[in-house]
Design a protein around this ligand. Structure first.
Ligand code: PLP
Length: 409
C-alpha cells in the first residue's frame, strides 16, 4: 500500500503520487489520440507491449489507476474499478448485467439505498428481484433462485444477477457465498451464467475475501473502512477482467467513476487501513463484551457471539476472518428508550455510516432503513429498539464509560 503501482521516477521524484487534478490529457500527436480511443472503446485488441495512454478523467486518470491497482491487491482481484460512491458501484454493476425481462436474486436485509434500488428503481427498467432472508439459510436462497428463474422464463429474460450482502446491514445476517456460486452455475444458459455480486462493505477488504469464496464481483463502499476518516464518499467493484471489463464500459458512459482528489485521499487511507481496522476490531470486541453483560441490553448481534451450535457458526468460521467492528444491539425498551440512550452519548457521535476512525451510533429503523416499510422492517429484525454501533480507534475504555453513563441515564 506504500509503493505498489507507483514509482517516484514517474513524477519528479515525488515520494507520494501527486494529485492529477486534470480533466483531460494532451496527446503527443493525432495518431496517439486515435490509438488511445481505439483501445478505450474496444475497437481493436491491444498490441503486444502497447501502452494505454491517458485520455480523459472519466475514462482514466493516474490517481484512479494506482488506487485501482492497490484495491485489486486487497481483494485478490485481476481488476478493480473505483466509483463515486458505494451506490454508484452497486447500481452501475447491476445495470451492466440486467436487461428488461430479466430477474435477479438478492439477500435481505440489504443497505437501505440498495433496498430502494432493487425494490423501486430496477423494476422501472423491467428487472424484477426475488429476495430471500439472509438468516433463512440455504433453503430460502435456492427457493428464491427457482422463483427468479420462473419469472425470467415468463417474461422472456434470464436470471441476470445474484446479489448478496454478507454480513447484512444492520443485522449481521450471513449468506453462504459458495452456495451463491453453485446456484449461479446451475443457472448457466447459452448466454453464460449470472455473476455472483457480493457487497463486502461490512468486513472488507481485510476480514472477508468474497472472490476467493466463489464471488465473481466484489462491491464495496470505500466511504467506510477504506476511506476510514469519514471525509469522502467512494466505492469499488473488483473481480476477473472478463466481468469487470463489462462494468467499466457502463462506468465510462454513466460517468460514475470517482474523481482524482478522492482517489488521492483513498491512497493516503490505504496506507493505514490494516492498522485502523485492527484497532477497531479490538475495540469492538471489548464494547460488545461489555454490552452483552448489561441488564438494560436485550441482545447483541456481534458475530463473535454466535453460539457454537448456531447454524451460521460454521459459515462464519469458513467465510469471515473476523467479527468486524460494526454490530447492532437491542436496548431493553422501544424507540423512546433507544433515542434517550443515543441523545445521552458524549464521545460516541450520533451519525450514520461506519468504518471511520471515530465511533458512531445510529438507529437503523428511523434512519438508514426508514424507507423500508414497517412490516418488512419487523420481518427483517430492524426493530425500534435496535441501535447500530460502528467502533472506531478510540480507547475502548472511554467508549464503554460513555455507553455506561448513557445506559444509566
Ligand atoms: C452495506 C453497504 N453497502 C453500500 C452502501 C452505500 O455506500 P455509499 O454511501 O458509499 O454509497 C452502504 C452505506 O452505508 C452500506 O452500508
Amino acid at each position: 500500500m506504500m509503493g505498489y503501482g507507483y514509482a517516484p521516477s514517474m513524477s519528479e521524484g515525488a515520494l507520494k503520487p501527486p494529485l492529477f487534478q486534470t480533466s483531460t490529457f494532451v496527446f503527443r500527436n493525432a495518431e496517439e489520440g486515435k490509438a488511445s480511443f481505439e483501445l478505450a472503446y474496444g475497437l481493436r485488441e491491444k498490441k503486444r507491449d502497447e501502452e494505454m495512454h491517458l485520455i480523459y478523467s472519466r475514462i482514466n486518470n493516474p490517481n484512479l489507476e494506482v488506487l485501482e491497482d492497490r484495491l485489486a491487491v486487497w481483494d485478490g482481484a485481476e481488476k478493480a474499478l473505483a466509483f463515486a460512491s458505494g451506490m454508484a458501484a452497486i447500481s452501475t454493476t447491476l445495470m451492466t448485467f440486467l436487461r428488461p425481462g430479466d430477474s435477479f436474486v438478492f439477500s435481505e436485509p440489504v443497505y437501505g439505498g440498495t433496498e430502494f434500488l432493487v425494490h423501486t428503481i430496477l423494476p422501472q427498467f423491467g428487472a424484477q428481484g426475488v429476495g430471500f432472508m439472509a438468516e433463512g439459510g440455504e433453503t430460502g436462497f435456492r427457493e428464491a433462485a427457482k422463483q427468479a428463474a420462473a419469472l425470467a422464463a415468463k417474461s422472456g429474460g434470464k436470471v441476470g444477477a445474484i446479489y448478496v450482502e454478507t454480513p447484512a446491514n444492520p443485522t449481521n445476517g450471513l449468506v453462504d457465498i459458495a452456495v451463491a456460486r453453485e446456484i449461479s452455475e446451475s443457472l448457466k444458459g447459452p448466454a453464460g451464467r449470472p455473476p455472483v455480486i457480493v457487497d463486502n462493505t461490512f468486513l472488507g477488504p481485510l476480514w472477508q475475501k468474497p472472490l476467493s469464496l466463489g464471488a465473481d464481483i466484489c462491491v464495496t463502499s470505500l466511504t467506510k473502512y477504506v476511506g476510514g476518516h469519514s471525509d469522502l464518499i467512494a466505492g469499488a467493484a473488483s473481480g476477473a477482467a472478463s466481468w469487470i471489463g463489462q462494468v467499466a464500459v457502463f462506468r465510462t458512459i454513466f460517468g460514475t467513476m470517482t474523481d482524482p482528489h478522492t482517489a488521492w485521499l483513498l491512497l493516503r487511507s490505504l496506507e493505514t487501513l490494516k492498522l485502523r481496522m485492527d484497532a477497531a476490531e479490538l475495540g469492538a470486541r471489548k464494547v460488545a463484551a461489555y454490552l452483552q453483560k448489561h441488564p438494560r441490553v436485550k441482545s447483541v448481534w456481534y458475530l463473535g457471539f454466535l453460539p457454537k451450535d448456531h447454524p451460521d457458526r460454521p459459515l462464519f468460521e469458513r467465510q469471515c476472518v473476523s467479527a468486524g467492528s460494526t454490530f447492532s444491539f437491542e436496548i431493553d425498551g422501544g424507540e423512546k428508550d433507544a433515542f434517550a440512550f443515543l441523545d445521552k452519548l458524549q464521545i460516541i457521535k450520533l451519525a450514520v455510516s461506519l468504518g471511520g476512525t471515530e465511533t458512531l451510533a445510529s438507529h437503523p429503523a428511523a434512519m438508514t432503513h426508514s424507507d423500508v416499510p414497517k412490516q418488512s422492517r419487523e420481518r427483517l429484525g430492524i426493530t425500534e429498539s435496535l441501535i447500530r454501533l460502528s467502533i472506531g480507534v478510540e480507547n475502548p475504555d472511554d467508549l464503554i464509560a460513555d455507553i455506561e453513563q448513557a445506559l444509566e441515564t
